[in-house]
Design a protein around this ligand. Structure first.
Ligand code: HEM
Ligand code: HEM
Ligand SMILES: [Fe+2]
Length: 461
């Protein structure tokens, strides 16, 4: 750790880890309900567990983004954070918001707008937290006078995330209008501005882990951001096929969203190329795994599986089925969960007493069990979804009858989700078993701790 205030990141990561664990509990609960009978039907029905599952996901990923930003900005701008106190106030407010929202959902207190279910008071707290966060980051950069491209793209992504939350504050009586604007937040987050956030974390990690040339990395970052903008913004129309808006959205949505994987292919090639050139020699091999893993899993989950159902003639059959859940899991995990885990894996050795074991076996188990588990879950949702589309939409079978025929896929889902949860559990355990250590250490040009015994030994070899 180069700057004392980077310690703030540890507490953001700690909160993210707890919420990640809770998210999985509610995911498993949701999945078992598909197999029935459900003893919790009147206490915790499916709609409640699913809302909690997806909301916890969004909150922990955003907590991870904030923690990672508080880690990255001092490093890039070469200065202490503007205000550590504000960062902690923000974390407390944010955590209280997240926890009370979840408790509220248990009592069905929410807007019912998918993924944006937070009640208005909670949404206002979200806005306040975002403003505190952006102010703190903005002032840090302003004071330092050093502003890198990586940071610029990150800040642009974070500011746009806040701005795009505004449509979510409004409520519309007309369902079509409400759905129309919901995607301005949800789609433009995950397929637009969050890609910028992910791209900049990726650039930061690649520069430090592979020693790749900053200028080359940052030029690529511009290309990716350009492509995201070109395709992602108009690509919003791939959610406008069947919601009651005019027909012309179909070709527009199909064409532009089909271009979106180009940016994702670019990103994976860029990560792979940087790693190949470096020969994977950085001592923090686990962080390398998570970084490259994130770029490649995004290509699979968002690029390939997004393309699989984005064309109107396919989406006509698959819309709102388990095929959507297949893509939602793989894409969200690859792009946003894994990049947060990569930032944690990179920062953790500097934030904790773990000097002698940068790459403990438990870390690799956590990585491979999660990867294998998530792959299995994706295949389970895919096979269930294809069966569902065929039986329900093509053969005209009733929803519940079709569900009975695809039970085996839910057994597969629970088996692979258990493997995933074991991996996630190990990651969380590995995080908390290390005692925090917040001391400033001398670093080399790449930001690596020069007194770190692992790095010193590697150099001697
Ligand atoms: C990291 C990037 C991405 C993430 C995290 C992501 C995540 C999601 C999620 C969570 C949903 C379900 C949303 C809901 O129903 O409320 C969804 C839907 C969808 N995504 Fe993505 N996505 C990503 C990229 C892409 C890309 C690149 C494409 C196309 C090439 C794509 C195509 C679609 C389509 C067509 C739907 C609508 C499915 C339906 O009609 O039910 N996604 N995505
Ligand atoms: C123990 C592991 C998990 C299990 C058992 C699980 C299970 C489920 C189930 C059953 C649903 C409801 C699907 C439906 O509407 O029919 C769901 C929704 C969802 N989960 Fe998970 N999940 C797990 C982990 C995750 C992870 C790690 C992520 C992302 C990083 C994630 C992201 C999502 C998303 C985005 C949705 C909404 C998808 C949609 O509406 O189409 N889940 N999950
Ligand atoms: Fe989308």
């Amino acid at each position: 750790m180069r700057y004392k205030s980077q310690a703030v990141a540890y507490w953001y990561f700690a909160v993210a880890m707890v919420l990640f664990g809770l998210q999985l509990v509610f995911g498993l609960l949701s999945a078992t309900k598909y197999l029935g009978p459900d003893p919790l039907l009147y206490v915790l029905p499916f709609d409640v567990t699913k809302v909690i599952h997806t909301n916890l996901l969004i909150v922990w990923v955003l907590t991870g983004f904030m923690g990672a930003t508080y880690w990255l900005v001092p490093d890039e701008s070469r200065t202490e954070l503007h205000s550590v106190k504000l960062a902690y106030i923000q974390l407390i407010l944010w955590t209280l918001m997240g926890v009370t929202a979840v408790v509220g959902y248990l009592f069905r207190y929410g807007t019912g707008n998918k993924l944006l279910e937070q009640p208005l008071p909670h949404k206002i707290v979200i806005v306040i937290c975002m403003l505190i966060f952006l102010y703190n980051i903005g002032m840090t950069i302003k004071k330092s006078g050093r502003f890198t491209t990586t940071e610029g793209v990150l800040v642009l992504g974070l500011v746009s995330t806040a701005v795009l939350f505004f449509p979510a504050l409004l409520e519309y009586k007309n369902y079509t209008v409400s759905i129309f604007y919901r995607w301005w937040t949800i789609h433009l987050w995950v397929e637009g501005v969050w890609m910028m956030i992910m791209g900049s974390f990726l650039a930061y990690l690649l520069i430090r882990l592979s020693g790749a040339d900053r200028e080359v990395m940052e030029k690529w970052l511009y290309v990716i951001v350009g492509l995201v903008f070109l395709a992602g913004i108009v690509g919003t129309a791939h959610h406008y096929y069947w919601v009651g808006v005019p027909y012309y959205w179909l070709p527009i949505g199909g064409f532009f969203s089909a271009l979106e994987p180009l940016a994702i292919i670019g990103m994976a090639m860029y990560a792979y190329g940087a790693m190949r050139r470096s020969g994977l020699s950085h001592p923090n091999n686990l962080a390398l795994h998570w970084t490259l893993g994130s770029a490649i899993f995004t290509l699979f989950g968002a690029g390939l599986l997004g393309l699989a159902h984005t064309w109107p003639s396919v989406n006509k059959w698959t819309h709102g089925t388990l095929v959507t859940a297949m893509h939602g899991h793989a894409a969200f995990y690859g792009a946003y969960a894994m990049i947060v885990l990569a930032m944690i894996a990179y920062a953790l050795p500097s934030l904790t007493h773990s000097r002698k074991d940068h790459n403990p076996a438990i870390g690799y188990w956590a990585f491979w069990l999660q990867l294998g588990g998530m792959f299995g879950m994706t295949i389970s949702f895919a096979t269930a979804g294809i069966g569902q589309v065929y039986l329900e939409r093509i053969m005209g079978m009733g929803y519940l009858d079709a569900q009975l025929k695809i039970q085996v896929h839910f057994i597969m889902l629970i088996a692979s989700a258990s493997m995933f949860s074991l991996g996630a559990g190990l990651f969380i355990f590995d995080f908390f078993r290390r005692r925090p250590r917040f001391e400033v250490t001398e670093t080399d040009a790449l930001g690596n701790d020069v007194n770190d015994p692992v790095i010193v030994t590697e150099r001697r070899l």
